[in-house]
Design a protein around this ligand. Structure first.
Ligand SMILES: Nc1ncnc2c1ncn2[C@@H]1O[C@H](COP(=O)(O)OP(=O)(O)OP(=O)(O)O)[C@@H](O)[C@H]1O
Length: 405
C-alpha cells in the first residue's frame, strides 16, 4: 500500500469502496513487491485451542475449539498483509495471538527479533507498546466516560510517554494526522460519527508510536463512502509513521486495495498466500477460487463467462474439523483418499512463471490450474457439529483499547 503502481492483469473485483478510493486518489493501489524487506513479525506453528468445559462447575474439559491450528505467517516491515476467510475461521483469534492477547497453545511469535514467549510482566507490556490494535467497533473499544484527550493520554501514560509539558501539543498533532480538529480533544466518543470514532481509535493506537497495527475489520462497520476515506487514511499514515499493518477483513475488495500480500485462512490455517495482484489474478486453492468467484465483476461479459464456484455447505465446526485437508468436505476437486487423510503443506506453486512467493496448501494445485482435474459436484456431508459445542459465549468480547496499554 505504500506505493501505487498501475493495475496488473486479471479481473478487478467490483466494489464501491475501491471505486471511491480510486476517485479520491486518482489511481488503483496494488501490491508493491515487498519481498526484500526484513521480517518484523514471524509467527511459526501458532495454535490457539480453547477448551470446551462441561460439568456443574465447568470442571471437565470435553473437547477443544481448534480456532487457530498451525499458522505460519511472516509480516515484513512496512508492508500491509491482508488476512481473509469466512467468519469463524480464526482470523481475529490469530490477530490477538500475535499481540499475546490470547495464550498460545503451541508455536511462537517473534516480533522485531524478540520471542514474545520469553517476555513476562513489564517486559511484555513494554513490547506491546509497539503492537497496537484497531477494532471494528470503535465505540465498543473506547471508554464512553473518557474524553478523547483522556483516551489518548491513557495509553501514553501507561508507557511513560507523558513527561513534562507538550502532551497536549502532541495530541493535537495526532488528531490532525487522522483528520480531526483540535476541538475533538474535549469530546466524548458518542459525540462523533462512526468514521470520526474510527479516526479516534486510530489516533489512540498511534499515540504510543507502534511499529505494527493489527486492524481487525477496521471499516466493515462504516458506510461505504466513509470506508474509502478510512482506507485512504490508513495508507497515508503508513508512510508518515512507518507502520506495518495486518489487516483482517472479510471484504475482498478492501483487502485487495489495501494489501501488498494476502493470506487466505480456512479453519485455523492458511490455505494460500501470495502478492495481492497474483492472488486476485490467479487464485490457486479451490477455497480461494470459490471466495473470489463469489465477488461480482463490473464487466458484464466477463461476469457471464467467468468461473463461478458455489461453496457447498457451511464452515465445519472448528471443534470437530475434518481430517486430512480441512477443505475436503466442500471441495469440488476432492480426490479420494489423499485429500481425506493427508493434510497438505503450504508450498510454493509456480504456474506460468508465477513468482516464488505464491504458496498454496493443496495436493492438486498444478493439476487443477492446468485443467487436468475437473471439478465435480459436492454432496454435503452432514457432520455432527452439535456433538461438541463450544462453550464460547455467542459474542466473544474483543479486547478494549485499555487492554492494549
Ligand atoms: N474465547 C473463546 N473461547 C472459545 N472459543 C472461542 C473463543 N474465541 C473464539 N472462539 C471460537 O474460535 C473460532 C474462531 O473465532 P474467530 O473470532 O477467531 O474467527 P474469525 O475468523 O475472526 O470470525 P469473525 O470474522 O466472525 O470474527 C470460532 O468458532 C469462535 O467461536
Amino acid at each position: 500500500m505504500s506505493e501505487n503502481t498501475p493495475d496488473q492483469p486479471g479481473h478487478r473485483v467490483e466494489s464501491p469502496v475501491e471505486d471511491a478510493v480510486e476517485e479520491q486518489t486518482g489511481h488503483v493501489a496494488t501490491g508493491t513487491g515487498t519481498g526484500n524487506r526484513e521480517v518484523l513479525v514471524d509467527a511459526r506453528g501458532v495454535k490457539v485451542h480453547f477448551p470446551i468445559k462441561r460439568g456443574v462447575i465447568f470442571d471437565k474439559t470435553v473437547g477443544h475449539v481448534y480456532a487457530v491450528d498451525g499458522m505460519d505467517l511472516q509480516i515484513r516491515r512496512g508492508e500491509t498483509y491482508g488476512l481473509v476467510g469466512e467468519s469463524g475461521c480464526g482470523k481475529s483469534t490469530f490477530g490477538r495471538a500475535l499481540l499475546q492477547l490470547e495464550e498460545l497453545t503451541e508455536g511462537e511469535v517473534v516480533f522485531d527479533g524478540v520471542d514474545l514467549a520469553t517476555l513476562k510482566g513489564e517486559a511484555l507490556r513494554k513490547q506491546r507498546q509497539h503492537m497496537q490494535m484497531v477494532f471494528q467497533d470503535p465505540l465498543g473499544s473506547l471508554d464512553p466516560r473518557q474524553t478523547v484527550e483522556q483516551l489518548l493520554l491513557e495509553g501514553m501514560r501507561a508507557h511513560n510517554m507523558v513527561k513534562g509539558g507538550g502532551a497536549t501539543e502532541r495530541l493535537a498533532e495526532l488528531l490532525q494526522a487522522v483528520g480531526l480538529p483540535r476541538a475533538a480533544l474535549n469530546k466524548y466518543p458518542h459525540e462523533f460519527s462512526g468514521g470520526q470514532r474510527q479516526r479516534v481509535g486510530i489516533a489512540r493506537a498511534l499515540s504510543v508510536d507502534p511499529k505494527l497495527i493489527v486492524a481487525d475489520e477496521p471499516v466493515s462497520a462504516l458506510d461505504v463512502s466513509v470506508q474509502a476515506q478510512v482506507v485512504n487514511l490508513l495508507g497515508d499514515l503508513q508512510e508518515e509513521f512507518n507502520l506495518t499493518y495486518l489487516v483482517i477483513a472479510h471484504d475482498l475488495a478492501v483487502v485487495r486495495h489495501i494489501s501488498d500480500r494476502v493470506g487466505v485462512m480456512y479453519l485455523g490455517a492458511l490455505v494460500e498466500e501470495a502478492d495481492a495482484d497474483d492472488l486476485y489474478a490467479q487464485p490457486l486453492h479451490p477455497y480461494s477460487r470459490a471466495l473470489m468467484s463469489a465477488v461480482p465483476v463490473p464487466d458484464p461479459v466477463v461476469e457471464d463467462t467467468r468461473e463461478q464456484i458455489l461453496l457447498a455447505g457451511d464452515l465445519p465446526s472448528p471443534a470437530n474439523p475434518p481430517s486430512g485437508c480441512r477443505f475436503h468436505t466442500r471441495c469440488p476437486w476432492r480426490q479420494e483418499t489423499r485429500c481425506d487423510t493427508e493434510r497438505p503443506e503450504l508450498r510454493v506453486v509456480q504456474i506460468d512463471g508465477a513468482p516464488q512467493s505464491h504458496r498454496v496448501a493443496c495436493h492438486w494445485a498444478e493439476q487443477i490450474a492446468s485443467g487436468e482435474l475437473q471439478p465435480h459436484e459436492v454432496s454435503v456431508e452432514l457432520t455432527d457439529t452439535t456433538a461438541v459445542e463450544s462453550n464460547v459465549p455467542d459474542d466473544v468480547a474483543p479486547p478494549t483499547a485499555a487492554d492494549m496499554a
